[in-house]
Design a binder for this molecule. Structure first.
Ligand SMILES: [Zn+2]
Length: 244
């Protein structure tokens, strides 16, 4: 670790906790971009009464506050480089230390180095891997439409194959938002090339993590079949994994 990074990490203040031991529901969510990870996490969190800790949100918040760490991270990402493991790990550590009764981590760990570090300060008791076949994921993402004015989401894909049934989410009037009549557009990063590239990077990063958690017996593989309607089935799977 360079002294510069070390100095930055010391600026991320963790609260002085009376006890560093962790209890309660501690879950990591894995899942490709577009799989609905945020949607599931935002419902699972309240169900188990734990906060969702997103390292992406933490980083954006540091950048907004123009903190020393925020400015440094901004410069790193503007160069197109990845934020170093040490910085993201320090942020995750500070957040988990504030939530001793449990948490859901979204976006962390992303690398084996991060996963090994997490084991030392807040080992998760469950790692939920949300699965959807890649061709279906791709079709879902390139069929997304978003309202240019209010940001409402729609989806044109009508999927019914391989046991997976996901209907479209269509506007009443073709090409226009139900809420505000704004124009519906495709996000510029929702094209097939960009999505394929994103998925390749995700797979390269995540397959080793899946193996890591499989090997220590913490992995729960969950097949998505109908989207958000799978929520109760997911809760049932989590409960039986925790009981075993
Ligand atoms: Zn709208």
């Amino acid at each position: 670790m360079t002294s510069r990074v070390g100095k930055l990490i010391r600026t991320i203040r963790a609260p002085r906790s009376f006890c560093s031991s962790q209890s309660g529901f501690r879950a990591v969510f894995l899942g490709a971009p577009g799989v609905g990870k945020g949607t599931f996490a935002s419902r699972i969190g309240p169900h188990y009464n734990v906060p969702i800790l997103s390292t992406g949100d933490m980083i954006r918040s540091e950048i907004r506050q123009k903190s020393e760490i925020g400015l440094q991270v901004k410069a790193i990402s503007e160069r197109g480089d990845l934020v170093p493991d040490e910085i993201v790990t320090a942020m995750a550590k500070a957040q988990t230390e504030k939530s001793l009764d449990g948490w859901i981590l979204d976006g962390f760990p992303r690398t084996i180095t991060q996963a090994e570090a997490l084991q030392t300060f807040a080992p998760p008791n469950l790692v939920i891997n949300l699965n959807l076949p890649e061709d279906i994921l791709l079709e879902k993402i390139i069929s997304r439409r978003v309202c240019k004015s209010c940001g409402e989401n729609y989806n044109l894909a009508d999927i019914n194959r391989s046991g997976i049934v996901m209907g479209p989410l269509l506007p009443k009037k073709d090409g226009f938002c139900d809420k505000c009549d704004g124009e519906l557009i495709q996000r510029s990063d929702d094209t097939e090339d960009v999505v394929r590239n994103r998925l390749t990077i995700y797979n390269e990063q995540t397959v080793p993590l899946i193996n890591f958690y499989q090997n220590i017996g913490k992995l729960l593989d969950f097949q998505i079949k109908t989207g958000v309607k799978d929520l109760q089935r997911l809760i049932d799977s989590i409960d039986s994994a925790r009981a075993s």
